[in-house]
Write a protein that binds this ligand. Structure first.
Ligand code: GYE
Length: 324
């Protein structure tokens, strides 16, 4: 009898709890007044990523009529796939995906499509068999970014022979592929350029630092660090200084993102050239959603206009005017 009572109690509590969670979730997601957006974010690996998340939070705020559910995938595609499935279950109005990598999205995006939920891609691109699996994409031209860095190197070094240490981003991401292709073209066109080492520092500061430390310890000599993002450049600069080398004199650092701290380092001459990669996609996504709400079709691909910063011409005023 006692046992039976206990069991009934446990069951009742369970039902109550389930009921609570269900109705709370339903209230959240079905709230007529809000547009509910599920955002699957890569992680928080870099200053760029943090600025990107903030931009999404600011644009898709409750004040602006949105309920934003953010899932941080900690750089794991499996987590993103789970997050998307959860968003589908929650019946969100839109899914925004900042993909970790380009491949492996066909199945889960087909599920979103079957559920009738538009998928907006930001930042990196994806490769899917059917382009109808996503509504549109907004982000940067990463190959053009690489080309800008290479053009600067061609101009700055002229016919000088240079040895390049290449810190790559996470393999298979559009940012890595485009920036690497830019450098590969540069290497093919400039016989005086030698690639002394190339490895992924996964877009994070600590790994960038370790890689440069290892190269120095291994006796690899280089004149340029081509770092595929600012955070790895910060690590590279720390490693150079620790080894008694002066960035901007002994070794030239070329970087990508142009985040606030990196531009200060550019002004200080420690980064020689920094190519902008604009993370402020929040208002762009908001604009896309508003167009879709009104029944219009946004362009399938939108490339963001970007610039680049040279340590010889950058000013504090230029940095202060920037939004991130
Ligand atoms: O450059 C890097 C980040 O995909 C543009 O990812 C993004 C890159 C960015 O972690 O800092």
């Amino acid at each position: 009898m006692k046992k039976f009572l206990m069991l009934t109690l446990v069951l009742m509590m369970g039902l109550l709890l389930c009921g609570c969670t269900d109705s709370r979730e339903a209230a959240d997601v079905e709230n007529e007044d809000f547009i509910v957006v599920g955002f699957s974010q890569v992680g928080a690996e870099s200053d760029w990523r943090v600025a990107n998340t903030l931009s999404m939070q600011q644009a898709l705020s409750e004040k602006n009529g949105y309920k934003l559910i953010i899932d941080d995938a900690q750089n794991k595609q499996e987590r993103q796939i789970t997050a998307i499935r959860n968003f589908i279950q929650q019946e969100v109005d839109y899914i925004v995906l900042a993909p970790t990598t380009e491949t492996g999205w066909d199945t889960v995006l087909a599920e979103a499509k079957a559920a009738g939920i538009p998928v907006i891609l930001v930042d990196r691109m994806i490769k899917v068999k059917d382009e109808e699996l996503f509504t549109c994409w907004v982000g940067s031209d990463f190959y053009l970014e690489g080309k800008k860095a290479v053009e600067w190197m061609e101009e700055y070094f002229g016919d000088r022979e240079i040895r390049i240490l290449h810190l790559q981003g996470n393999y298979g991401t559009t940012a890595q592929l485009g920036r690497t292709k830019g450098l590969d073209d540069g290497l093919a066109n400039n016989p005086g350029w030698t690639l002394v080492h190339r490895q992924s520092g996964e877009f994070v500061q600590g790994k960038g630092q370790e890689l440069v430390e290892e190269c120095i310890a291994g006796g690899i000599q280089f004149d340029v660090v081509y770092s595929e993002n600012d955070n790895m450049a910060y690590g590279a600069i720390d490693a150079l200084k620790a080894a008694g080398l002066t960035p901007g004199e002994d070794v030239f650092v070329v970087s990508f993102d142009a985040s606030h701290n990196a531009l200060q380092l550019t002004l200080a001459g420690e980064i020689s050239f920094d190519v902008e990669c604009n993370p402020l996609h929040g208002p762009r996504v908001e604009d896309i959603i508003q167009r879709l709400e009104k029944g219009s079709t946004p362009p399938k691909y939108t490339y963001v206009d970007e610039t680049a910063f040279d340590s010889e011409t950058i000013t504090q005023e230029m940095i202060d005017q920037r939004e991130y």
